[in-house]
Write a protein that binds this ligand. Sequence first.
Ligand code: PLP
Length: 452
Amino acid sequence: MTAMTELSGGPSLPQERRVVTAVPGPKSQELMARKQAAVAGGIGTVLPVFARRAGGGVLEDVDGNSFIDLGSGIAVTSVGNSAEAVVRRATEQLNAFTHTCAMVTPYEPYVQVCEELAKLTPGDHAKKSALFNSGAEAVENAVKVARAYTGRQAVVVFDHGYHGRTNLTMALTAKNMPYKHSFGPFAPEVYRVPVAYPFRWLTGPENCAEEAAAQAIEQITKQIGADNVAAIIIEPVLGEGGFIVPAKGFLPKMQQFARDNGIVFVADEIQSGFCRTGQWFACEDEGLVPDLITTAKGIAGGLPLAAVTGRAEIMDAAHSGGLGGTYGGNPVACAAALGSIETMRELDLPAKARRIEEIMKPRLEKMAERFGVIGEVRGRGAMLAIELVQPGGKEPNPEATAALAKACHQQGVLILTTGTYGNVVRFLPPLVIGEDLLNEALDVLEDALSQL
Ligand SMILES: Cc1ncc(COP(=O)(O)O)c(C=O)c1O
């Protein structure tokens, strides 16, 4: 048991919304002035308060305000901040050793995480994993592995896709601002094809899956040549693009096309994975078994860890020494991941995510009936969103989205926005959040919508 201090966060933190100063309060404002002087301007801020501690479903700032957390540090603290098993296992590891470099002297927690990934990810084929620091790094390595395995170069990604901020992953990412603008040139041999986005499919949602898949496949075969494609990479629920759930049937069609043409099918589950959508991985919803799967974020309860997991013969295609990095699979991060996975199992967090959907979705749908600004409610589990439009049509409404986020922040509810058009409010609560807190956050949201 770790000693409680004034700064102890974690599950014991009072689970309440509390706004005791203006937001941001004076201490946060003081720190913001220091941030502006010392931190590069490219590092933005969503909610301009400084965190002091966090746990369960709340985040407390330096002025004593306590926010209901509907962001989880962008889908990371699914087990809650400073979850007991994460802290316990990471602390034990910190006391044992902090780093040897897995490529120099391996250690058991690295192997244990890879064993867990083999068990938890879809498919009962032989699997292997490699561990990295960030989601972007995992995606880059999935591309390296797929290229080594196929001897091909082209990589196919989708409209509204997001895969990271490194050079290759910027190329894989669809949206210019803020991710790509002024940062080119980007990596070559990356091709983008349509995705089945039901709400915005021009001929309507009914035939969206068939039409989008047909268009994507035609573009791949005519413009690239299927036998030049190493990998097709897709998020089973597109995160930064706006929590787009591809129309049912689209993902299986793309996987089948990949299979028929010797293309490595990669599910990027960095945001949607690890219980978030009500299953361990979002691609299970349509019974997909990806060749490779990239994970990060929720895997380690807040410590930096990422993985590529996949068919053993594909993962073994890279030569010895071809994959790795100084810190990839750091022992403390691996210990944290084992604590995070232990918590997910013990608390049955996929079920908790489904329960969050049960509470939130009907209330959001009621709000959509009441407020014309909500064009669509969508998502699965605890990965839910509302897309905001000009009432009466589908024109994106980023202004209302920003105003809504700000109003919630002022009232002590941390929500995040997303989407190609900046008009989506996304909800990513920690999966351990209390139901009262969740309902209170929805009350605040409803009130803010009524005042838009
Ligand atoms: C689907 C997806 N892929 C990749 C990334 C990049 O992960 P990281 O920010 O850890 O590099 C993200 C991050 O939001 C993501 O949502």
